[in-house]
Ligand binder design. Structure first.
Ligand code: NDP
Length: 533
């Protein structure tokens, strides 16, 4: 059974669309967080010895549990986070199911001990291999915006690598967090292999303080900095998946109809609360008017409302704090001369009126033109349904505008000329760059996910993400251990001459040059053997 530790105060989970209470959970005390880490460490010593086939079996069991309960899980995600029910299936459940089957089938192959080509050292009868050890307890601190797929995917990767996990879900989505614990429990994972601790930022801080062996954090740059500083005190290494201000570049040869559809989805899905949302659109000047008209027209077709309705494309924002940031940014655009073409305010029509009172967390999908990079709202992460549009004339200008940001999470380039697309993509400072595609690459679990610049540090997903969860150990063997090494003590003039040869001949990597070192090497080894007695 996966333990759930709760005590002291309570968190009330609220549906952001309706304001209704969904449930309440107890907050885990710092002492109980530390105790959870200890229990996790105890079970780690057993879990790390399980075979890959057993780990695979349990992960595939957990997949079966999710599949059997996918409707219920999607409704829970939708009601706690506000995202449309369909989006909970397409952007949380489907991608994590794919990640689970992939990592279950491939972790063993990726973590198999591997021989390393050590070049000319092999000539001296040496060999090296790398074996991978699990780290221990992985502390997972996710954001509320993808409350299911991100922590669940990270826990599954940690488990497949032989680690155990303690998850601290966001205080806005504690019930989804508990559901994750329940899934591992139902799948038959050993007790305490995955534990859920509950609470707000303080509980996350207690988790960091309790010194897990790795921290996987997803959230804002500000919290990421705090966590990195706190983790440094225990030398705990962190993967930090942080914010974004992701650019979309549309060239005049792009399929504008598709680019407009992608911009609308990229900017407004999850009400713009995705780390890889399109937050800046740069369009080549001569097609700006056409593209903007298409975007406004597609935006006007979107239905906003409670996420449990299947015809709704945009739900509410997650919290009053988040909607205030969006209002602030829209005001910043207006005050600095940009034009709001559609949206720009809370959506009174979408408000759900009930006993819990009117909810005003719906912000209309907002399209803005005349934005420029010197506006504050073009530099800070908005994390809401806004799509500011800027024009450019040349390829160089588009690249410079896209890179003019402290962030570098994802980007997209739209053009029919794939050579140009690749050329531009490789010059964008971002962890993932799509050509004629937008936003969804976090869903490709086989590929590394991580940000450049202030968008983060380290990776989740892919081989690179798996490598974050293990300790590579180098095993080096001397197969000719009948002779002393030439570099051992005592040093002599013969030794120093041999060392010169190492620098000039051996370290050249050339077999021919190294062969010329052999007489000197042998002289030195003979010298050492004579000194033996
Ligand atoms: P926050 O940084 O506010 O919170 C993230 C998590 O950290 C939450 O669980 C939070 O708890 C917890 N937390 C808060 N303070 C502390 C602390 N001092 N020590 C430890 N944990 C703490 O981010 P948001 O929840 O607002 O998430 C939005 C941000 O996440 C955006 O910037 C977005 O871009 C980014 N993000 C990045 C992704 C990526 O892959 N790069 C993916 C998804 C989101 P609580 O919520 O209970 O306060």
């Amino acid at each position: 059974m996966s333990a759930v530790i709760q005590s002291i105060d309570q968190i009330v989970s609220i549906n952001p669309a309706t304001g209704e209470e969904i449930g309440r959970v107890g907050v885990t005390s710092p002492d109980d967080v530390a105790a959870a880490i200890e229990r996790s460490r105890d079970i780690f010593h057993r879990w790390k010895t399980t075979s890959f086939s057993e780990r695979r079996r349990l992960v595939m069991k957990a997949r079966d549990v999710i599949l059997a309960e996918k409707e219920e899980i999607a409704h829970l995600i939708s009601s706690e986070s506000g995202k449309p029910f369909g989006e909970a299936i397409s952007m949380e459940i489907a991608p994590v199911l794919d990640l689970m089957q992939w990592i279950a089938k491939n972790a063993e192959k990726m973590l198999r001990p591997r021989r390393v080509n050590i070049g000319l050292y092999a000539m001296m009868g040496r060999s090296s291999k790398i074996v991978y050890h699990p780290l221990g307890v992985v502390g997972i601190i996710p954001a509320w915006n993808f409350p299911f797929s991100i922590p669940l995917g990270e826990a599954v990767m940690a488990l497949m690598a032989g680690n155990t996990a303690v998850i601290k879900p966001s205080e806005l989505t504690p019930l989804v967090g508990l559901k994750i614990g329940e899934i591992f429990e139902k799948a038959g994972f050993p007790e305490n292999a995955v534990q859920i601790v509950l609470g707000a930022g303080e509980t996350g801080a207690a988790l960091v303080e309790a010194a897990p062996d790795k921290i996987m954090f997803t959230g804002s740059v500000a919290t990421g900095r705090k966590i990195a500083a706190a983790a440094a005190r225990n030398l705990t290494s962190c993967v930090l998946e942080l914010g974004g201000k992701d650019p979309m570049i549309v060239f005049d040869d792009a399929n504008l109809e598709l680019a407009a559809g992608a911009a609308v989805w990229g900017a407004f899905c999850n009400a713009g609360q995705s780390c890889s949302s399109v937050e800046r659109l740069y369009v080549q000047q001569n097609v700006a008017e056409t593209l903007t008209k298409l975007i406004v027209s597609k935006t006007s077709e979107l239905v906003q409302g409670s996420g449990d309705r299947e015809d709704v494309s945009i739900g509410p924002m997650s919290s009053e704090r988040q909607i205030k940031i969006v209002e602030d940014h829209v005001n910043d655009f207006r005050e600095n001369g940009a034009t709001v073409l559609t949206g720009g305010k809370r959506n009174a029509d979408a408000v759900v009126r009930n006993e819990a009172g009117a909810r005003t967390l719906f912000f209309e999908p907002t399209v803005i033109t005349g934005a420029t990079n010197d506006m504050r709202a073009m530099q800070e992460e908005t994390f809401g349904p806004t799509l500011p549009i800027t024009t450019f004339k040349t390829e160089e200008e588009a690249i410079a505008l896209a890179n003019d940001s402290e962030f570098g999470l994802t980007a997209s380039v739209w053009t029919r000329d794939l050579a140009k697309g690749k050329r531009v993509a490789e010059q964008i400072e971002a962890g993932s760059v799509c050509i004629n595609e937008v936003l969804y690459t976090h869903g490709i679990g086989q590929t590394p996910w991580g940000g450049f610049k202030n968008s983060g540090q380290g990776h989740t997903h892919g081989r690179e993400g798996l490598m974050e969860l293990v300790q590579p150990q180098h095993i080096h063997t001397n197969h000719l251990s009948i002779l002393p090494d030439a570099w051992w003590m005592p040093y002599t003039p013969t030794a120093v001459e041999t060392f010169r040869g190492f620098a000039t001949k051996f370290a050249s990597g050339s077999l021919i040059k190294t062969a010329r070192l052999m007489p000197q090497l042998w002289k030195r080894i003979s010298e050492l053997r004579k000194k033996k007695s």
